[in-house]
Design a protein around this ligand. Sequence first.
Ligand SMILES: Cc1cc2nc3c(=O)[nH]c(=O)nc-3n(C[C@H](O)[C@H](O)[C@H](O)COP(=O)(O)OP(=O)(O)OC[C@H]3O[C@@H](n4cnc5c(N)ncnc54)[C@H](O)[C@@H]3O)c2cc1C
Length: 97
Amino acid sequence: MEMRQIKLNIPDTQKPRVVIIGAGFGGLNTATGLSDEKFQVVLFDKHNYHTFQPLLYQVASAGLQADSIAGPLRNLFHKRKDFHFRMLKVRAQKRKG
Ligand SMILES: Cc1cc2nc3c(=O)[nH]c(=O)nc-3n(C[C@H](O)[C@H](O)[C@H](O)COP(=O)(O)OP(=O)(O)OC[C@H]3O[C@@H](n4cnc5c(N)ncnc54)[C@H](O)[C@@H]3O)c2cc1C
């Protein structure tokens, strides 16, 4: 099966590029800990929002509105100079041969 090519439109850089898959606690913590001066940070997630999972039960029990625990990822990083979010689902691909 041919690997599907997609154009991500991420600018070329001389800095190390760090690609983070998943904007959960782990991905967000990693992304916020990397400076734009030293790294280009690329974040992929299948959703364009982060969900604060520990308060999901509050939404399920009508104690909170859903938008109180889920927010757009772009808002978290809009001040970053060399941060690039792309909404996509990463799939494992076996190497040929
Ligand atoms: C209901 C609930 C309550 C919890 N309460 C607590 C608590 O009180 N205290 C506590 O310490 N922990 C709690 N946890 C656990 C805590 O939320 C998780 O340990 C933590 O979210 C894990 O972080 P993570 O970054 O590894 O993954 P996640 O937060 O799950 O993030 C994974 C991210 O990767 C993205 N993703 C997944 N697959 C793909 C793919 N193929 N391509 C692109 N993107 C992808 C997802 O969209 C998601 O944004 C709770 C969890 C739940 C579900």
